[in-house]
Design a protein around this ligand. Structure first.
Ligand SMILES: [Zn+2]
Length: 495
């Protein structure tokens, strides 16, 4: 028997979902260990922790143990998204385990082994999981949007205010200790006689500190001073509206602050950041520096260019129009294709995993449906008791409400399972489509997924004289080329 560890994680939102509890995960992994000849020597559990961060106590503890204890041969997780949501973290954790010669076993995803195709499926799933977690954060934003529309600040309270729950609603109230200090600061700045730094000093003397007891730094002080929130105006997610919180100054005073600030730093220029598709993937073919993207406002075109922009070498003829470069990159996907054998391997592995998953989901669903049925029976019984006079109106109503709440909870869990199933099917579909047709999948994908596919295949592209001169594939793709699982055409740009 080989020694193994179990790692389980549940985020705050997932806690309500059936099949996601820490106990369920541990049991699932434990059963696998029994049948596969592993002896579980420890279980590590992170509760209420997001998979997008590596800052999880149990995970940290487990990773350091893995690096020290040579007797450990495997780490078991229910699914890889327990370990990480996000390709970067996922690959980092995998690398740590690999270095310690420890197998990572994803119990519910038997297709993820250490073969090239297993690694490719793994990377795609990790990428799609990351996209999913971006989507989730967008969903959270929806809740925040509603809060904003009701006139309350949707985020963490600004300095001088506190978040408080009143009658079940989270609202923003004035901080009795800091509200007056911040208002004094704004009024001082309005005189035009103080700089932001001086105001931070004065506040510090009066006992106003930032986190960790330090003085508020200049950048933060400036942000406070120019924040319209203090004039009762909320700017959130490119929208503006009046807030319900108690303002410190008037909107006119706020405008004055902005005017004073503009005069203080007349020559500060700012560059706007846009989400360009190829950001982070491009390098200068002349000097090797990164390429950056910019929008030419007057001509209304966007283009990529070397960050040095003519400092080290002439930039003449080097600006490349964003659309034309993105098209060239797209063409690169035409030069690469998976072998028939490889596609068949991927298909069979995805199928196997899908079957396993379906079993698990059906098991969970059956359990929930049974519980629901039992509750409905209980409700019928209560109705009978009411009719036959055993229950009075009031105790019947109490009983019925209790049962209805429980049925509602189960209903919610069933919907969650259905959602998860749709996500899984969607992920599998993406894996298969990509395996079969790389170029087609890339072309059809929305920009965030495009970026994930780019990252799956390439570390970077080098650009010179408005054309791509070389391309560096990722280690994974290099391996697949070596094993003849990826076929490249003669137009394939070598590193
Ligand atoms: Zn350059």
């Amino acid at each position: 028997m080989e020694n193994a560890l179990i790692y389980c994680r549940v985020s705050t939102e997932e806690q309500a979902r059936e099949g996601y509890s820490l106990d369920a995960q541990e049991k699932f992994c434990g059963r696998f260990a029994e049948h596969s000849g592993y002896k579980i020597i420890s279980t590590y559990r992170d509760e209420g922790k997001s998979g997008t961060t590596i800052d999880r106590p149990a995970l940290q503890e487990m990773l350091s143990r893995c690096q020290e204890d040579k007797s450990i041969k495997a780490v078991l997780v229910q699914e890889t998204d327990r370990l990480a949501r996000g390709t970067g973290i996922h690959l980092a954790i995998k690398a740590i385990l690999k270095k310690a010669d420890i197998k990572l076993i994803s119990v519910a995803q038997p297709m993820l082994d250490d073969s090239p195709e297993g690694n490719m499926i793994d990377t795609i799933i990790a990428s799609v999981n990351q996209f999913q977690s971006d989507l989730n954060s967008r969903k959270t934003k929806k809740g925040m949007q509603e809060k904003f529309e009701s006139g309350w600040w949707p985020g963490l309270a600004k300095l001088g205010y506190l978040n408080k729950e009143v009658n079940g609603e989270k609202i923003t109230v004035s901080d009795p200790e800091r509200w007056h200090l911040i208002r004094d600061a704004l009024k001082m700045y309005l005189t035009g006689n103080y700089s932001a730094v001086e105001i931070a000093d004065i506040l510090y003397e009066k006992g106003l500190v930032a986190r960790q007891g330090k003085k508020i730094c200049n950048g933060i002080m400036i942000n406070i001073l120019k924040d319209p929130f203090y004039a009762g105006i909320m700017n959130w997610n490119k929208q503006e509206r009046k807030g319900n919180h108690e303002p410190m100054i008037t909107p006119a005073q706020h405008k004055n602050i902005i005017t004073i600030m503009d005069e203080h730093n007349r020559h500060a220029c700012r560059r706007r950041i846009h989400n360009f598709l190829l950001r982070g993937f491009l390098y200068c073919g002349i000097c090797g520096q990164k390429y950056t993207a910019e929008i030419h406002k007057k001509k209304n075109i966007s283009y990529y260019h070397c960050v040095l922009n003519g400092q080290k070498h002439s930039n003449e003829g080097q600006n490349i129009e964003a659309g034309s470069l993105e098209k060239m990159i797209k063409e690169q996907f035409k030069n690469i294709q998976f072998s028939e054998d490889f596609i068949m391997l991927v298909v069979s592995k995805v199928k196997l995993s899908y079957e396993k998953k379906k079993e698990q989901i059906n098991r969970n669903k059956r359990g929930l449906l049974n519980q629901k049925l039992a509750l409905e029976n209980k409700k019928c019984l209560a109705e009978e008791k009411l009719i036959s006079g055993i229950f009075d109106d009031e105790s019947f109503a109490r009983q019925r409400d209790k049962i209805d709440t429980e049925i509602g909870k189960i209903q919610e869990q069933l919907e969650n399972i259905e959602n998860q199933r749709n996500i899984d099917v969607d992920t599998m579909g993406k894996v298969l489509a990509l395996a079969r047709n790389i170029y087609g999948s890339y072309t059809k994908a929305p920009d965030p997924i495009k970026r994930l596919y780019l990252a799956l295949f390439w570390d970077g592209f080098w650009v010179k004289d408005k054309t791509i001169i070389k391309a560096k594939p990722t280690q994974l793709i290099e391996d697949l080329i070596r094993e003849k699982q990826v076929i490249t055409s003669p137009n394939w740009l070598r590193w």
